[in-house]
Design a protein around this ligand. Sequence first.
Ligand SMILES: [Zn+2]
Ligand SMILES: [Zn+2]
Length: 286
Amino acid sequence: MLLDYHMHLQSDFDYTPFTYDLANLDQYLAQARQRGITEIGISEHCHRFREFKPLLFFLTEEPGAYPVVQNFLRPAFRDHLPQYIDFLERVKASGRPVKAGLEVDYIEGQSERLASILAGTTFDYLLGSVHFVGKWAVDIEDEATWNERGANRIFLEYFQTWANACASGLFDIMTHPDLPKKFNHRPSSSLWQELTAMAAEAAAKAKVAIEVNSAGLRKPVGEIYPDQQLLQAFCRAGVPIAFGSDAHQSHEAGMDIDRASVWAVQAGYTTVTRFSTRRPTQVPIG
Ligand SMILES: [Zn+2]
Ligand SMILES: [Zn+2]
């Protein structure tokens, strides 16, 4: 089976109200089907929803905020989470092979607040994403900060945060595990060895799945997240996987999931994880 559990129905810089539009969703579904995907999951960014503003407010309104982050997040938080959940429930009730997900930012020290925002929600799975280390976004291009801090320090801080996100117990699937490589930055090989061991141990202990995310192929790095070394470490540690294209437009739905599946098989995987009401089951890849 091929699945794609990571899709956004609007682009990141489209701040118009969320389109509860079945025709738009059907375009994603049709495109994914053409690529051999039998089930998709919608996983909108949490910053679309006003319920998450208290969680992310510090990124834009506290001292030390980064202007690029302010520009990105200030116009967000426009939609209502219950409406989004209702929309996905209607989609599922119609018989479409769609799962209800959400891509949620992990913020260090804010797990209790996040748990209370998520309490009572009825998703099939929650994606746990680390986009922010402190107030800085690793996935928005900012060469000056890379030069100032250095790749080793950024990767180390990123993976410490990522391991804490696993341990929080809030998430089912940890997304794009080596996101800091997006703009082609890499840590030293000795540090990378340490970080792969640390990440595999954290994910295994927390019993989360990790995402094999094909969007890296469309970024400057030109490589699936995670790299082979890290994916093999996850496999050896018994960490299950999910697949995601991270589509932000319908033509990207299911894009390169075939390559992600080959990547996973190469690392030793034979199964991929399906989720229903946050309960995982394993199905054969392919
Ligand atoms: Zn993400
Ligand atoms: Zn995403």
